[in-house]
Write a new protein. Structure first.
Length: 167
């Protein structure tokens, strides 16, 4: 596994593809905490979904939060495990194909997905190189709940302490 340059050089786009663990970390973050709470759709045709007849023109809501935590798809679905994104078998890739959609998928996929992912990797890499982040002491035993109307939000909001990393 490669990392960002360690000589203090700027982290650039050319480094992003080599930072496999950072990519896995962000994928796992998006799996457990997708940015969008619900994705509305309308069925075009009559469908059979898992034995349930869905008439055409039915309003549907897809929940990335629920799908990303489904135990039939994800081993230990509530556990934060970035390694689940490294060296994924073809069978596992097929099982997850339509089960991971933090930016939606298909013809209505988020147009900014690539840019958002690239920016996140560049920003997070630079931040973790320069700073240490810890959950604030006041929140160590706080249970957070999530609401998902349009975007996911935690209640209460997360608080962190940040300290400069020593050279």
């Amino acid at each position: 596994m490669e990392h960002a340059p360690t000589n203090g050089d700027a982290i650039g786009v050319e480094h992003v593809g080599k930072m496999t663990y950072l990519s896995a970390f962000l994928q796992e973050t998006l799996r457990l905490y997708p940015p969008v709470g619900m994705i509305p759709r309308v069925s075009r045709h009559k469908e059979n979904l898992g034995g349930i007849e869905v008439p055409s023109n039915t309003r549907l809501r897809l929940s990335p939060h629920m799908m990303h935590r489904h135990p039939k798809i994800w081993d230990e679905p509530e556990v934060f495990r970035p390694d689940r994104w490294i060296d994924v078998s073809p069978e596992e890739q097929e099982r997850r194909r339509f089960a991971f959609f933090p930016f939606c998928f298909g013809g209505r996929n988020c147009i900014g997905q690539y840019l958002a992912t690239l920016e996140a990797q560049l920003i997070v890499a630079a931040l973790i190189r320069a700073f240490c982040f810890h959950i604030a002491p006041s929140q160590r035993d706080v249970e957070h709940t999530f609401t998902s109307i349009v975007t996911m939000r935690a209640k209460p909001g997360f608080r962190f302490t940040v300290s400069k990393r020593s050279s």
